[in-house]
Ligand binder design. Structure first.
Ligand code: KG4
Ligand code: ZN
Length: 346
């Protein structure tokens, strides 16, 4: 079953065509990041306007790249939340129009479920139980996907999301938006042990995260060094900040995997593209005898393929979303249907 996936929850206008929830035939991302750059963050009105401009050309390009026409498409999956309301509305309106015009089943997808389902595009069926660290611009949480396909939240950030912290510190260091990939690149030239930044909530026994104190510590340390006339090596600051973030993420993920005796661990969302997080988690999983499933960076950041994959799971399980579905900017994670293995006939 060929599913068209549409993602417009934030600043990426993304469309993909995925066969049987497993094989990516096209995955096109049109980004409005340049338009947000002068403001140092995503401006919701600009994002919605950009989706309006970009969605039809991105749709056309995806069909061309996949070498198919609408007659070949068997279902339309679209992100219905969580995300920016105006941005979500553009994708959902387009998906409804396509479903109606081509008489196709519509399936509304939770953006975070989409991030988790990116894993199946590289590693095959999700096979719960699975522990997922979801780290993106708007979310940071540890969730357990149990054998019934339900998500149990184990912990989440109590203040900033991981991507948000990277972007804010990037801005403070004078790096272009988004700061995450910039800090990742700069940190490769720095010493992660140069500055001992705090590891908030590291040993508190919960699976919650807190990043606002770390942000303040970076700002204070730079101001102190400036005032003292000390040299500041930005690469060392980037590497030390990143190490503090990654340390806590790895410690909590491994502790949760052990406490819940989960063999498979996945890390998804835009921040899962971070090279240090990937390196450290993969080393920790190897030592603990657990299997780390981490999608390629292009499948970690927002894309349509992950939405098509999650949509396929639900369509193959017989679910349909009514055409009058509304977007939900705060949509909570519910679960994934089990028993529908990618590649199986619908
Ligand atoms: O999942 P995503 O593409 O969009 C949301 O759903 O939020 O995540 C975007 C976030 C941004 O904050 C960006 O800075 C961060 O992911 N990001 C990274 C890296 N690549 C993207 N953060 C750290 N290291 C990276 N390599
Ligand atoms: Zn995302």
């Amino acid at each position: 079953m060929l599913v068209l996936g549409i993602e417009t929850s934030c600043d990426e206008t993304a469309v993909a065509l995925v066969e049987d929830g497993a094989t990516v035939r096209a995955n096109v991302v049109g980004s409005s990041v340049e338009r947000h750059r002068p403001y140092g963050g995503v401006v919701p009105e600009i994002a919605a306007r950009a989706h309006l401009e970009l969605l039809l050309p991105v749709l056309d390009r995806a069909l061309v790249e996949a070498g198919c026409v609408y007659d070949d498409v068997e279902g339309v999956a679209v992100t219905v939340g969580p995300g920016l309301v105006g941005a979500l509305l553009v994708g959902v309106a387009a998906a409804k129009a396509l479903a109606l015009a081509h008489d196709l089943p519509l399936i509304g997808v939770n953006h975070l479920e989409g991030h988790v389902c990116a894993t199946q595009l590289e590693y095959g069926p999700l096979e719960p139980p699975l522990l997922a660290l979801i780290v993106s611009g708007g979310h940071t949480s540890l969730v357990l996907l149990d054998a019934t396909g339900a998500f149990t939240p184990l912990g989440a950030t109590i203040d900033d999301a991981a991507g948000e912290a990277y972007d804010k510190i990037g801005r403070f260091l004078g790096l272009p938006y988004p700061g995450g990939p910039e800090i990742d690149a700069l940190a490769r030239h720095g010493n992660p042990a140069a500055i001992a930044f705090p590891r908030a909530l590291a040993g508190d026994g919960t699976y919650d995260f807190s990043l606002s104190g770390l942000k303040t510590a970076v700002v204070r340390e730079l101001r102190r060094r400036e005032a003292a006339g000390e040299d500041i090596d930005l690469a060392d600051v980037a590497a030390s900040f990143q190490e503090a973030v990654v340390d806590v993420q790895v410690t909590k993920t491994m502790a949760a995997a052990q406490a819940h005796d989960v063999e498979r661990v996945t890390v998804v969302g835009g921040v899962a593209a971070n090279s240090r997080l990937r390196e450290r988690l993969s080393a920790a999983c190897a030592v603990a005898g657990r299997r780390l499933l981490v999608p390629a960076p292009a499948l970690c950041t927002d894309n349509g393929a992950m939405i098509a994959a999650a949509g396929w799971n639900r369509l193959a399980a017989g679910e349909r979303t009514p055409l009058d579905v509304e977007v939900d900017p705060n949509l909570a994670l519910s679960g994934v249907p089990t028993g529908a293995a990618p590649g199986a006939p619908a």
